[in-house]
Unconditional design. Sequence first.
Length: 343
Amino acid sequence: MSCGTGSRPGASPRVRARPKFLETLPPPPQALPAFTQDIAPPDLSPWLTDHCGIPGVVHHEAPRPGPHVVLTALIHGNEFAGAIVLDRLLRERIRPTRGRLSLIFANPEALARFTPANPVASRFVEEDMNRVWSRQVLSSPRRSVELDRARAILPVIETADILMDLHSMLWPGAPLILAGATESGRRLATMIGDPPLVVSDHGHKAGPRLIDYERFSDPAGPYAACLLEAGAHWAADTVRTTDSAVRALLRHSGLLPAEPTPPVAASRQLMVTDIVTAETPCFRFVRPFQGGEIIRRRGTLLAQDGPDEIRTPYPDCMLVMPNLRPGRGQTAVRLARILPTPP
């Protein structure tokens, strides 16, 4: 089994089947498709010097009290739409009207390795920076580029009242906000309002994300975090979605003045019930699904993982960010149930 934590009605999405002869052979390597690249990495050199004691971190504090809002970009080095937006805020000399605003370029060393010829290779240098956010890992003697950098920015994370982590997607899918497992995260995501798709989940089997860090995952705590998945990695629309969400967060938290904005659709709430992890190198979807796609029938075949069939465990099952080329041990897809609209 590879399901994550969380309750899930019905049968398991993983059904054991007798493997066919061809399925017992090593799969042929699958080449990644050519991805459209409409945007280029920003020049972050003005912000990577020591502005506040930590290179790549910029603080601005208002004279009036208010929340400490932290915006993080570049947890993954090839996801730089968020860095473009933070760079834009800094060049516009945005200042909070109250509280404190911290902008973090989390993994500039990975970004420096980006090349359009192989755009997926700069996700990280040594390990996924979004799987290390537990006190046990951060306090361990283990070293890596990403762990050392996480430890360097941890003092800022430890003082955040509100955090939004800016990401994008390799595979096609509707923009969404991941709210983690807490009510505070769901409220924050709903407050932002755009994109209107809000998904509550329990993270990844491979390790905790920044929004899963204990400061934000305590259900009784006052702090909130969410993760924006704003669209395709290198699309201009992803920058626009990120910019809109960031400014909405700053307005709603009171760091920027309120201003008239166009009405947005009511948030659509979903709960992840299953996390399907690739258990073999033979994991294959039956077709190239897109994130946000709703599968109407229970028991619909989604993928084959060696001798296992992955099927929808209930009707109207939404696929959250399917990874069409998962490696063994990686999250292949999350399955989510649409929650009733609150009265």
